[in-house]
Structures are given as C-alpha cells and as structure tokens.
Design a protein around this ligand. Structure first.
Ligand code: G4P
Length: 277
C-alpha cells in the first residue's frame, strides 16, 4: 500500500520553522509513542542542531509500555532528553518541567557565570500534525498562560507564554510533515489516524494491522474476536466480521465494516496498548 501525501504548504511551514527556531534555546519535539519513528520528521535534527532537545513520547497511554521504554532508552542513547506522556493530563507536566531544566542546565549555568540572572529558557514545541502539540501546550501552560507579548527586535510578531520564571514558550507550535518515502511510515500514520480516512483503503489497512498484531501481539486477536490466528490476515478479518456480526444488506459478511471496526478499536485503545514499531 502506497500513500502519497505531501501538502503544498509544507515548504512554507518549514521556512517558518527555520525562522522560529532561531529564537529558542530548546526544541520540544512531540512524537506519537505508538509510532515513535514514523511520527518524526527527519528535517528536525538538521533544523534543531545546536539547540537543546527534548522528545516527548506522547499518547503513551495508548502505547505498549515495554516498547515505549525501549524507544525512550534509544532516544536517550542518541542524546535527547525524553519524557513519556499523556498530554491530556496535567500530571506528567512536572516531569517535563524538570527535564527542561535539566536539558538547559548548561545554558543556565553559562548565564550565571556571565552574571545573567533569571533569563528564562525559550522553548518551542514541534511535531507532525495530530501528535498532540496544542493539547500539550494547553496542559503545560495551564493557568500560568500569561502572554508576554512582543519583544522588540528579537521576537517581532511572536507571542510568548511565560510559564514561570524559568521558561518561556513560543505559543504557536511548529508543524512539520513526516516523510512518506518509506511505505511503512505512510501505513503507520494512516493506522494511528493521522491521515484522512477518505483517501485510504481501510480494508487493506486492516489486513496490514492484523499481520502486525499476529506477529507482535500473539493471542490478542484471538482473545478479543475469537479468531484463529494461524489463518491468513484476510481470513482473520472475515472471522472478525463473523464475531462482531458485521453483515451487509445482502446477508454477506461485510469486511469493510469489520475493517473499520478493528481500526477504530485499535485507535481508541480498546484493543489494548499496542505499538506498531
Ligand atoms: P496537534 O496540535 O499536534 O495537531 O494535536 P492536538 O493537540 O490537536 O491533538 C490531536 C488529538 O490527540 C486530540 O484528539 C487530542 O485530544 C488527542 N491527544 C493529545 N494528546 C493525547 C494523549 O497523550 N493521549 C491520548 N489518548 N490522546 C491525546 P481529538 O480526537 O482530535 O480531539 P478531542 O477528542 O480531544 O476533542
């Protein structure tokens, strides 16, 4: 399955980000914990070089904890600071604050040596669409959401949110697009719901999801839908249609209905915590 999806305004967004990134010390990158690799933009490392870097593994509530841990260790080994998060809840925000301070310690200490006191760290949030950037900014800024307005000279036209005495956040997140050269990336993003369903073939996606689940989560499909996992993916989809009484007007099993149901149960977490890569 090949998914081509490259919005025309991407170049403009990238240029905007190049400008914005110059204004900050720290880049907070959100990824989707269910697809930590596919939901990254490869340009971000180039754009964010020389900046302090934090990766937030968001939607961790929907992801496989063991794999989230493995991915976190991987990112840490590459020099990023990492926090696993459910951006909808405010409980994880203390940890984010701690990690930001840790990530920027070098800058804070350098400022202190130069006699600069209390200059807040400037941060911006980046990520591909739908990873939870706005949700995160709302939770993180919370009630402390005092806009600091424009700063003449340096930050013309930019709104900053003063979070506390240590951190200022650029109030508009940077949006970047994932790379679709690898078909698995397109498929993964389609499965988590980042691409409009209208342009997708849900039947094919369901078959691919079944193959991944059979391979990485043996027993899950059997337990939830009573299907025999030794069968091939198309037969299993048939089994799901049978189990969930997905029947068309003509009285036949309705694969498309079963496919939509399976994908919906995966996306909403009803299927359990599943990570695709
Ligand atoms: P964006 O700015 O990066 O485009 O993403 P946004 O914050 O709009 O979030 C996209 C969707 O993901 C929202 O759901 C949001 O509630 C959900 N979301 C964000 N963070 C998390 C998380 O950590 N866990 C889970 N499970 N969901 C998260 P929506 O269906 O578009 O809207 P709504 O249902 O919240 O109204």
């Amino acid at each position: 399955m090949q998914i081509q999806w490259y919005p025309g305004h991407m170049t403009k967004a990238k240029r905007q980000m190049q400008e914005d990134i110059r204004l900050v010390d720290l880049v907070i990158e959100l990824v989707d914990a269910r697809v930590p690799k596919s939901s990254r933009n490869p340009d971000i490392d180039e754009l964010g070089k020389n900046k302090f870097r934090v990766i937030l593994m968001n939607k961790a509530d929907l992801a496989d904890k063991r794999k989230t841990e493995q991915w976190s260790n991987y990112f840490r080994s590459k020099g990023y600071f990492v926090v696993c998060l459910d951006a909808r809840s405010r409980s994880g925000m203390k940890k984010v604050q701690e990690v930001i301070s840790e990530a920027c310690r070098e800058k804070i200490e350098r400022d202190q040596r130069r006699g600069i006191k209390n200059r807040p760290v400037r941060a911006m949030v980046v990520g591909i669409p739908n990873v939870g950037k706005s949700t995160f900014i709302n939770s993180f800024a919370g009630r402390a959401c005092a806009k600091t307005g424009n700063k003449p000279g340096v930050t013309k036209g930019k709104q900053w949110i003063r979070l506390n005495k240590n951190v200022e956040l650029l109030d508009t997140p940077g949006i970047l697009w994932p790379k679709f050269e690898d078909p698995a990336v397109g498929r993964n993003l389609a499965l988590i719901g980042s691409i409009k369903d209208e342009i997708l073939n849900l039947d094919e996606m369901a078959v691919e999801l079944i193959s991944i689940l059979k391979r990485d989560y043996a027993g899950l499909l059997k337990e939830r839908y009573g299907v025999e996992e030794e069968k091939d993916a198309a037969q299993i989809l048939n089994g799901i249609a049978e189990n969930r009484k997905c029947i068309s007007k003509g009285g036949e099993y309705d694969y498309s209905k079963a496919a939509a149901l399976l994908i919906d149960e995966f996306r909403s977490g009803k299927l359990g915590a599943v990570t695709l890569e």
